[in-house]
Design a protein around this ligand. Sequence first.
Ligand SMILES: [Zn+2]
Length: 215
Amino acid sequence: MTTGRPARARTHRRPHGRTGRVLLALVAVAALLGIAVVVVPMLRPAGPRPLFQMPVACGETWQLGTYPGHDDYDVDLFPTEGEAWGRPVLASYAGTVTVAGINGSLGGRTPENPQGPRGRGGGYWVKIDHGGKWETQYLHMLEPPLVEVGQKVAQGEQIGRLGSTGNSGAPHLHYEQRRGWDKVETHFDGTPSGITADDREYTVRRTSNNCPAVS
Ligand SMILES: [Zn+2]
């Protein structure tokens, strides 16, 4: 049986088909590389928990707390003494800054106007990658962070000042520890905070051991 189509048309199409197949192969290789680069690290287990310290000055006692609707594992920190506005916010552990900017909107709450318009989201915030899939984040800071993306920070290094930007009622630090994509119970100096759920109001006092290393 014959289709009646001239053979010339087929030979004309062939180089085009080969290019298509080569392109398809390249796309397949790129996809496999993408899987290797993106998915394989995602499947790798997290490293051991770093010895996180509280994100506030050595020796200070702060109230750690949560409330209904906050979100499981999230911690709000308020100083038990002294002015909250502008207090140093410190890196919990050494790492690399991956976010330093604005989440949501800043709003207008300042030391001069503490009841100013409320912003949205986290306001001025910082996220630090500690390696082994561990991350910490610090929200509602007063001013643009003192660090920038890509910067390496040491444990205890100041990354910003405590404030009330974003969706914040009063000056405080909202703080999270993450393993992979999951929030986990915050640990400080090797001890769990006890803040695991937001089903009720809960507070606990802890004293910071984020102290300069003794050489
Ligand atoms: Zn919070």
